[in-house]
Design a protein around this ligand. Structure first.
Ligand code: RNT
Ligand code: ZN
Length: 421
């Protein structure tokens, strides 16, 4: 797109928003503070580097598709991440899973991982002046094969995962310390049962015990922030998930951790957007895993849809941008993975921009005066306003491709890099 068209369109859009008392300039500066934690696992279908050709197995999650070019080494993954970051406006964070360490071709089991396996990543992030987030990996492992990890009744298995998670938190704290911005460590486990269990209570008791053991080690919050991720069901855990939303929300409130809300982890008619201002009255911070579930928690690429829009609106409307940490969580292997990554990340940013362009004062005035038809009319009108022109301008100012211009770059990368793997 031509620079002068972008500029002209923006100037006109700016006037239209100003008529509604919305300051596009202020919105742009607020956008610069919104950081998205980029999930490394979109580049390799949640495979990891524990051994060559490692693949996601179990856990009730699935990456489908076999588009060529998946990252098979750390070097390839870093190159992909650099490419992605060069195509997204603003500065982001990197979100790593424990299976992505530099294990030097040696079989290092999960209960043996150390900081040194992640020092390369920390240095990489430091160079790019970005923060990092981290996750224990309680799936794709023989000890997770029977569907239970931290809630396992087998004490040897349970202890193994407790040790793994403790190590992950220690690594996270050091990461946060070195990078000068707290690392969020997120705990998600697949534990659950395919058929209706009769003793749910014991399983939850075991999970609570494991979490208590894990969190008995304290770290300064300026280095590490803990979060726990709930889920409704997964493949093979259709009837009951031990770490349900009620379980983890309660645990988070009582133990002063964050709660992770993954918008693929709820009943389809439940809205994560509605949960933001509900949870924030009882927890300090939230971590989001943004995804797009199609009929189930399918982890499709995020798009600018109603669900994501409501989430962004609710954060902005609650003035909670500084209490909600934004992460992506999807893995689609059926299309160019870099393209999928960029489309999803941009969709989230666009949703926040759309939310920041709301004439909040007028909307609230209508609401307080009981003028609900006017509120509805204005919300509808906003969908026709030129936020696309503001978005294009924002991309241009951030020196990233505008409009569809990034397609060319991704195609070039596909030809020169991905297809040669
Ligand atoms: C699974 C959870 C979890 C994982 C990642 C890979 O349903 O959403 O967050 O997707 O940790
Ligand atoms: Zn998730």
């Amino acid at each position: 797109m031509k620079k002068e068209i972008i500029e002209k369109s923006y100037q006109l859009a700016k006037k239209q928003y100003a008529e509604m008392e919305v300051d596009t300039g202020k919105m742009i500066s607020e956008m610069n503070n919104i950081k998205i934690s980029l999930h490394c696992w979109q580049t390799d279908d949640v495979g990891g580097f524990e051994k060559a050709g490692a693949e996601l197995s179990g856990g009730g999650i699935q990456a489908t598709g076999n588009f060529p070019g998946k990252a098979k080494t750390i070097v390839q993954m870093r190159s992909d991440l650099d490419k992605v970051m060069s195509l997204i406006p603003g500065q982001q964070r990197l979100n790593l899973h424990a299976i992505y360490g530099e294990f030097g071709g040696k079989p290092i089991d999960r209960d043996k991982i150390e900081l040194k396996h992640f020092q390369g990543w920390i240095n990489w992030a430091k160079k790019r002046k970005i923060g990092m987030d981290f996750n224990c990996t309680c799936f794709s492992h023989p000890y997770a094969d029977d569907g239970f990890t931290l809630a396992s009744k087998n004490e040897k298995i349970r202890k193994f995962w407790v040790e793994h998670t403790k190590r992950c938190r220690a690594i996270s704290a050091e990461m946060g310390k070195q990078l000068g911005t707290p690392t969020i460590h997120n705990i998600w486990i697949p534990d659950g049962s395919k058929d209706t269990p009769v003793d749910r209570n014991t399983l939850r008791k075991i999970l609570k015990k494991s979490l208590d053991e894990i969190f008995s080690v304290k770290y300064p919050r300026k280095y590490l922030k803990d979060s726990v991720e709930s889920k409704l069901f997964g493949i093979g855990s259709e009837s009951m998930v031990v770490g349900s939303h009620d379980f983890y929300l309660g645990y988070a409130i009582k133990n002063n951790t964050m709660i992770t809300l993954d918008n693929g982890h709820f009943h389809p008619t439940e809205q994560v957007g509605d949960k933001i201002s509900s949870c924030l009255h009882s927890v300090d911070e939230i971590l989001l895993h943004l995804t797009r579930g199609v009929r189930w928690d399918s982890d499709h690429v995020v798009t600018f849809n109603d669900e994501i829009m409501l989430i962004a609106q609710e954060i902005v409307r609650a003035k909670a941008l500084n209490r909600v940490n934004i992460g992506l969580d999807y893995f689609d292997a059926s299309l160019n993975r870099i393209g999928a990554y960029v489309v999803g990340a941009r969709a989230v940013q666009l949703a926040f921009m759309f939310a920041l362009l709301e004439p909040w004062k007028t909307l609230v005035k209508f609401e307080e005066q009981g003028r609900n038809f006017e509120r509805l009319a204005l919300l509808e009108l906003l969908k026709t306003k030129p936020f696309g022109a503001v978005w294009d301008y924002y991309c241009m100012k951030n020196k990233v491709p505008v409009g569809l211009d990034y397609i060319e770059e991704i195609k070039k990368y596909e030809k020169e890099v991905l297809l040669k793997r």
